[in-house]
Design a protein. Structure first.
Length: 612
């Protein structure tokens, strides 16, 4: 068990965490979420001991071991077995059998043990990194972006591995589908606090939104009540007979803590700049072949027509030719045979996995975007900077000081500077946070042009793809259909994926799905109806009382001017009773609204489960 108690952490004036914490209990698999730059990596570093909190404490039981799987892959030994043994505890340094057992469990053969780690695919390199962590038998396994640059079958393998992990897991990933499949709880860094809930990311973000809505309603109600008390104090401060009531309100105001209005958090907000296109086909690929060696072709006789509204996903294992296909389309490589004919009206741009290296470290963000589109005026450049979350002075940051996620946003900004009707995207989400990934999917969905995307993020595939180019079984073929249809008809089983067909979730027929959703919606309406009636009645009663209170205040003012003491006393008593009644009505209203939200949340979760 890990306990994080009232920790604070900041760098200069920038506060990341403010007197906050949470626990990881035995057997929990916790997903850590939060915007880039809000403290996820810093928190992981504090848990692993490489950084320390400014205040508070991080504690665990004696002998509790933490294993950290970094996203960085760096090998120092020339044999797999030797690299794996680096993770052994000091008193077990010669226990090669232990490393061999774990490597075998992770899919390495006996022959693989003596091979160079650099000879393996990205998926097996991550497994080797994982083996180094596992040989120390950690109680808490911390994983920082373990899916970066992995192919789908490797991601599915590691997903099943983590689900079967018997102890605790703390996971950071931009891949929302992967996280939801693995975790039992979500811990989110939001407004310098950490909130932990049981459930997936959808439940967490819904809870955060509801909490902020309740906070804002409460703040507005308190602001309104305080204003009314201030008006009363101002009107009757000089009246001796109302001195007790005035003093009571003054004390109440002094005790009340004013809630600050929540600052709007900036999300990635953008849309791609569409260049109108009237043609029927964007490009035609005919009998395309390519290979680095003549006797080993990565692509052999591929034919494909891309249409103006296509969302084509290129999928398959790493090293099979997915990125190569995009490079051929973008003319960065020349085909061995066949042709790629691009319509003269097409304007394309290419987002490449490694093209952040092309950024000029000496440029500011604004200069980099302006350089990529010399015809754009400064206002257009600053608008794109703002959409990429580089507002005001942030746009003047040098490229050299940016994080990987920030550089990816700059690359996206360069795409936005140009009017396009064809996007070629190679793993565009690797350095984005979950919120930015959601915005990116929405922007692609709204783009009127064609998209060809290489991605291993299954949420992207389910959300966007209407056709697939599949690299599988040492061949490449076109699949006419969605990703779910591909999983239903073909799947990845013949690729030696550990995820077997039997553990795929049950998919309801469309008819059963509609019936089930209809039943849930009907039951939801039935349970919400009486609560809604109570809320409406309470709101009407409060409104009537507010009108009466307003009239009595006017009468009090008039009685005060006429120095009618008896009437003032009578009205003050009536006012006090109405205010007490209103406070009770407000409490009842808040209770009913919480009940309404709880019922709605419960049924919405049931609907989400059915749709999944």
């Amino acid at each position: 068990m890990l306990n994080i108690d009232s920790i604070s952490k900041g760098f200069g004036d920038h506060i990341l965490l403010d007197k906050t914490g949470f626990q990881i209990n035995p057997g929990e698999r916790v997903g850590l979420v939060g915007r880039n730059g809000h403290g996820k990596t810093t928190l992981l570093n504090m848990i692993s001991g490489s950084e320390h909190p400014d205040e508070g404490s991080i504690s665990c039981p004696s002998g509790y071991r933490i294993g950290f799987l970094s996203q960085k892959i760096l090998f120092s030994r020339s044999r797999v077995i030797d690299e794996a043994m680096l993770g052994l505890l000091e008193h077990e340094k010669d226990h090669s059998w232990k490393a061999e057992k774990i490597l075998a469990g992770l899919g390495f053969s006996q022959d693989d043990f003596i091979k160079d780690p650099a000879a393996f695919s990205g998926g097996f390199q991550v497994r080797l990194n994982l083996a180094k962590v596992l040989v120390s038998e950690p109680d808490l396994l911390i994983l920082d972006e373990p899916t970066n640059y992995l192919d789908i079958t490797s991601i599915r393998w590691i997903s099943q591995f983590l689900i079967s992990w018997p102890r605790e897991v703390l996971l950071v990933t931009h891949d929302r589908g992967f996280m939801d499949n693995v975790v039992t709880h979500i811990a989110g860094i939001h407004r310098q606090k950490i909130k932990k809930i049981k459930g997936d990311t959808s439940k967490y973000y819904l809870q955060v939104a509801q909490d902020e809505e309740v906070y804002e309603k409460t703040r507005q109600n308190e602001e309104k009540r305080n204003k009314e008390m201030e008006q009363f104090i101002s009107r009757f401060r000089a009246k001796a007979r109302l001195a007790n009531m005035v003093q009571s309100r003054i004390k109440t105001l002094e005790k009340s803590k004013t809630k600050e209005k929540l600052q709007k958090l900036k999300d990635l907000e953008f849309s791609f700049n569409y260049l109108p296109f009237s043609g029927k086909q964007v490009l035609m690929i005919e009998d395309l072949s390519f290979g680095w060696q003549k006797d080993h072709l990565l692509i052999n006789n591929l034919s494909l027509t891309v249409y103006p509204d296509d969302r084509i996903a290129v999928i398959g294992k790493n090293g099979k030719g997915k990125t190569t296909l995009l490079k051929l389309i973008s003319k960065n490589l020349n085909a061995v045979s066949g042709s790629i004919k691009i319509n003269p009206g097409v304007q394309l741009d290419y987002f490449e996995q490694t093209n952040v290296q092309s950024l000029n470290d000496d440029f500011t963000i604004e200069e980099e975007l302006a350089y990529s589109s010399p015809d754009a005026d400064r206002q257009a450049v600053r608008t794109v900077c703002g959409g990429m979350m580089f507002e005001k002075d942030s746009a003047l940051k040098k490229i050299s000081v940016l994080s990987g996620g920030e550089k990816s946003r700059v690359m996206l900004g360069k795409l936005l500077m140009k009017p396009l009707n064809l996007l070629l995207l190679d793993e565009p989400s690797n350095h984005l946070d979950i919120e930015s990934c959601d915005s990116f999917i929405a922007a692609l969905d709204n783009f009127e042009g064609a998209v060809v995307i290489v991605t291993h993020n299954e949420m992207f595939l389910h959300s966007l793809a209407n056709r697939l180019v599949v690299f599988k079984n040492n061949a490449v073929e076109l699949f006419e259909g969605t990703y779910q249809e591909f999983l239903d008809k073909e799947g990845w089983e013949d690729e030696d994926c550990v995820v077997e067909k039997k553990i795929k979730p049950l998919v309801l027929s469309k008819k059963d799905l509609r019936r089930k959703k209809s039943e849930i919606i009907t039951q939801k309406s039935k349970e919400l109806k009486p609560v809604k009636r109570k809320i409406e009645k309470l709101e009407n009663d409060i409104e009537k009382n507010e009108l009466l209170i307003s009239k009595i205040n006017e009468c009090l003012l008039e009685a005060s001017q006429n120095q009618d003491g008896r009437k003032i006393q009578s009205l003050a008593k009536e006012l006090s009773e109405l205010e007490n009644l209103n406070e009770k009505l407000f409490e009842d209203l808040e209770t009913q609204m919480e009940l309404f939200e709880e019922i709605e949340r419960s049924f919405n979760n049931r609907l989400e489960e059915v749709e999944r």
